[in-house]
Design a protein around this ligand. Structure first.
Ligand code: ACM
Length: 262
């Protein structure tokens, strides 16, 4: 199967513009699983809860989910994308998965980063894996990478590939994903954004680009530039993620010593 990402610099608050740019890129793509950045439709640096609420959408009835659902159906592909969600009076930093047969579900970010804690409620969905004909797709969002339990839980739940919508500001994630993939024998597509935001009296946030497709052995199949719009796709043999045998005597999951872990 072919998995890829669209790295770009969303314009803050310009939902229709950001969605159109993305949908145009997807229309032209030859891909089976497309991963978009975290909060790809709204931009990242909210400055009030009121603003966050105004830019958030219900899932799946909101504009952005519907637009991605339409293009995923039309192209018969899967799309994982970060969206600001409003639901029952709460706001979540969420990611949806939509596919050839329509909307599949939502994951709400577990580990909120920095000022996200001012606007969003920490996710209540737990880590989710969807079984599809192209492989089992697990989803985590950006800072979830910092907690190895996120990727481990997705792997234990059967993920072959981790779709990882991101808005990275710390420099370490692309390298850390090498380890996350080795230690779990999974593929990953980290879709990051580029550019910077400095809104209101907030500090400047610079996003590091470097979106990455990483193999089950920790090979960097592709790492994007720091600053350019990029659309990249790599062919992946998902079956390789299902063999957790490290050598003839070690198995990644069977050899875990849960009694000694916290
Ligand atoms: C992040 O979680 N957006 C750094």
């Amino acid at each position: 199967m072919k998995a890829g990402f669209y790295q770009f610099s969303p314009e803050f608050g310009e939902i229709k513009k950001n969605v159109k740019k993305t949908v145009d890129a997807i229309e032209a793509a030859d891909v089976n699983l497309m991963v978009l950045p975290e909060l790809f439709n709204t931009g990242y640096q909210f400055i009030s809860k009121k603003e966050t609420k105004e830019l958030s959408e219900e899932i799946p009835s909101g504009y952005t989910t519907r637009a991605l659902e339409d293009v995923a159906r039309k192209k018969k592909i899967y799309i994982a994308a970060g969206i600001s969600e409003k639901s029952k009076g709460k706001l979540y930093n969420s990611a949806i998965l939509t596919g050839p047969d329509g909307f599949m579900g939502v994951y709400r970010k577990t580990h909120l980063f920095y000022e996200e804690k001012l606007w969003f409620t920490a996710g209540d969905t737990g880590f989710k894996v969807w079984q599809t004909p192209i492989g089992n797709i697990g989803v985590m969002i950006c800072f979830d990478w910092f907690f190895p339990e996120s990727a481990r839980t997705l792997a234990l739940r059967g993920a072959d590939i981790i779709a990882h919508p991101s808005n990275l500001v710390l420099p370490h994630c692309p390298d850390a994903m090498i380890t996350r993939c080795i230690e779990n024998r999974v593929f990953a597509v980290t879709a990051n954004r580029t550019g910077f935001e400095q809104r209101g009296d907030k500090e400047k946030l610079e996003f590091i680009g470097k979106s990455q497709i990483t193999s089950h052995k920790g090979e960097i199949l592709y790492r994007a530039s720091e600053d350019r719009d990029e659309f990249s796709v790599r062919e992946i043999d998902i079956s390789r993620a299902r063999n957790k045998q490290i050598n003839s005597l070690n198995n990644l999951f069977d050899d875990r010593k849960k009694e000694f872990y916290e």
